[in-house]
Write a protein that binds this ligand. Structure first.
Ligand code: PEP
Length: 249
């Protein structure tokens, strides 16, 4: 049985005051949630979150990681070992904003996934199609390719990844994939994992992301291949994010 996961990607939002307020409201509101819950703050606020979340059920993730494993002259980069050392349990790789704004391609996403696993930080591998690709009927081809590169690059520990299906046209737009649209792609991803091994298909969690809100979370999470959510905008509002976490049955 896969433990459902809801992760809140704060992107480049917040400050120490707003984070204190958000977590003070969120922590008690999700104490009874059946989901595993993670918050993914901007990197500089990870230590503050570690402090504020000590003893709670929430874990912490980072929004990106260097593909470089060894220390060296990589100005501005942060290694997976540093993330682990700072208290990060998860890291996002391949978020569509990293792919589109910072030119991260499938090979780099795969290298980052491998670097995370080497340091025992669990990667959440984001995949998803643009609106143009969906309209051209290329959704499964695009998602399949993005995931294939990761699966083919990893030499071991495939079962430690989490996949997040995030249609690019649904991220931050208020447009959500219908539960049927999301389930279709999740089922496809599950089949792709099964081609690797039946155990992998059973173990790996597949999250849905793209304008998840309290109003649509329960219906999305009820789909058989949706194992939780990756939530952007709505994770900045404690009440809304708690309602999403509590929508896990
Ligand atoms: C995201 O950033 O991963 C995301 C899904 O954003 P939003 O929920 O705002 O669409």
């Amino acid at each position: 049985m896969r433990q459902k996961l809801v992760a809140g990607n704060w992107k480049m939002h917040g400050n120490s005051q707003s984070i204190r307020e958000l977590l003070a409201a969120l922590t008690p509101a999700v104490a009874e949630s059946a989901a595993e819950i993670a918050v993914i703050p901007p990197l500089v606020y990870v230590p503050l979150c570690v402090d504020l979340l000590a003893g709670s059920k929430l874990s912490i993730g980072a929004q990106t990681v260097s593909e470089q494993c060894d220390p060296g002259a990589y100005t501005g980069e942060v290694s997976a070992e540093m993330l682990a050392d700072s208290g990060c349990h998860y890291v996002l790789v391949g978020h569509s904003e990293r792919r589109s704004l910072y030119g991260e391609n499938d090979a780099l996403v795969a290298a980052k996934t491998e670097a995370a696993l080497n340091a025992k930080v669990l990667p959440i591998v984001c995949v998803g199609e643009t609106r143009e690709q969906r309209e051209a009927g290329e959704t499964l081809k695009v998602v399949g390719r993005q995931l294939d590169v990761v699966l083919a690059t990893l030499k071991s520990e495939h079962e430690k990844i989490t996949v997040a299906y995030e249609p690019v046209w649904a991220i931050g737009t208020g447009l959500t994939a219908t539960p049927e649209q999301a389930q279709e792609v999740h089922a496809f991803i599950r089949t792709q994992l099964a081609a690797h091994s039946a155990e992998l298909a059973d173990t790996v969690r597949i999250l849905y992301g793209g304008s998840v809100k309290a109003a649509n979370a329960a219906e999305l999470f009820a789909q058989p291949d949706i194992d939780g959510g990756l939530v952007g905008g709505a994770s900045l509002d404690a009440e809304e994010f708690a309602a999403i976490c509590n929508a896990i049955g």
